[in-house]
Design a protein around this ligand. Structure first.
Ligand SMILES: Nc1ncnc2c1ncn2[C@@H]1O[C@H](COP(=O)(O)OP(=O)(O)O)[C@@H](O)[C@H]1O
Ligand SMILES: NC(=O)OP(=O)(O)O
Length: 312
């Protein structure tokens, strides 16, 4: 039995259609795969992204806001998406667990993640949120919101970027550990957790930011002393020379080999690099392993250890 934190990428929740129904359907498919970990006796903690959802909800709020019904700050919108995605996920899990006759329950913890108020990320927004825009659409949006920053996102279009500070600690990690002791399945640190930092009195205050869920998952895995961090995305393996004729997959790789590949610029900044950095962070700080693979490959991973496996 292993204690495993799984970080779910965008395709596990959202395809092209952002309706609630469509996201719930995608989550049901995802959960049908994740239940394989439970069937094999592992303890599972689920973390998920919220980049599209947090940006979409903010746009909805801006469109309908009035003085009496103001737009919420990003930390609060982050909490709302942790709630909505967590709700979809726990409902899907509990349905599958019941069907499979497994006497366990999943539940969501609205999780805060402590960050430093003077993290340099606040002056250098890098986390893409919300929808993709064509170049002309992004220019129109920029005119409407002169303070926003739009960047090209890994060849997929333009997106707004917001600050994404590095997690220092997942505030509610003891609640996650307590749930595991009770044989429950926690859904926690969704969207990396709500970014908070301490004020002069030592009280937490929300920050206008969105944490990278892979960094949030790595910190949670470290905090709860997990055996494995599994980052599920759209590719079965991490590759060197990705999308080039000499592309080759990484199966078993060490942290020092990965650092060498980072120096060669092998991993795209807005997509694979944060996953690699999160994996390195977890492996360096613990005795655990990190795995990067796809949701489609989970059975192969469980049966044959197929995927990119990162160790010290
Ligand atoms: N070296 C690489 N090896 C594998 N995939 C890479 C590499 N560089 C960039 N990628 C891309 O990164 C993507 C994963 O990042 P992203 O789509 O942002 O993740 P998420 O699943 O969290 O939404 C992969 O699907 C792939 O297209
Ligand atoms: N918070 C976060 O990293 O979300 P995405 O993975 O959806 O971008």
């Amino acid at each position: 039995m292993k204690k495993i934190v799984v970080a779910l990428g965008g395709n596990a929740i959202l395809s092209k259609d952002a309706s609630a129904k469509s996201q719930q359907e995608a989550i049901k498919k995802t959960v049908n795969v994740l239940v394989e970990f439970i069937k094999r006796g592992h303890q599972l903690v689920i973390t998920h992204g919220n980049g599209p959802q947090v940006g979409n909800l903010l746009l909805q709020q801006i469109a309908e806001s009035t003085a009496k019904n103001p737009v919420m700050p990003l930390d609060t919108i982050g909490a709302m998406t942790e709630g909505s995605i967590g709700y979809w996920m726990q409902q899907a899990f509990n349905e599958v667990l019941e069907k499979e006759n497994i006497h366990k329950k999943a539940a969501t913890i609205i999780t805060q993640t402590e960050v430093s108020a003077d993290d340099p990320a606040f002056k250098n927004p890098s986390k893409p949120i919300g929808p993709f825009y064509q170049k002309e659409e992004a220019e129109q949006e920029q005119k409407k919101h002169p303070d926003y920053i739009f960047v090209e996102d890994a060849g997929r279009g333009y997106r707004r970027v917001v600050p994404s500070p590095i997690p220092k600690e997942v505030v509610e990690y003891p609640a996650v550990s307590a749930m595991l002791k009770e044989d429950l399945i926690p859904i926690a640190a969704g969207g990396g957790g709500i970014p908070v930092s301490k004020d002069a009195e030592g009280n937490f205050i929300g920050q206008e930011a969105v944490i990278d869920k892979d960094y949030g998952a790595a910190k949670l895995a470290e905090n709860i002393k997990a055996d494995e961090l599994i980052i599920l995305t759209a590719v079965d393996y991490v590759f060197v020379n990705f999308n080039k004729p000499n592309q080759s997959k990484l199966t078993n790789v060490t942290v020092s080999e990965l650092k060498h590949y980072i120096a060669e610029d092998q991993f795209a900044k807005g997509s694979m690099l944060p996953k690699i950095n999160a994996a390195i962070e977890f492996v360096e700080k613990t005795d655990g392993k990190a795995i990067i693979t796809s949701l489609d490959n989970v059975k192969q991973l469980l049966e044959k250890g197929v995927g990119t496996i990162i160790s010290k």
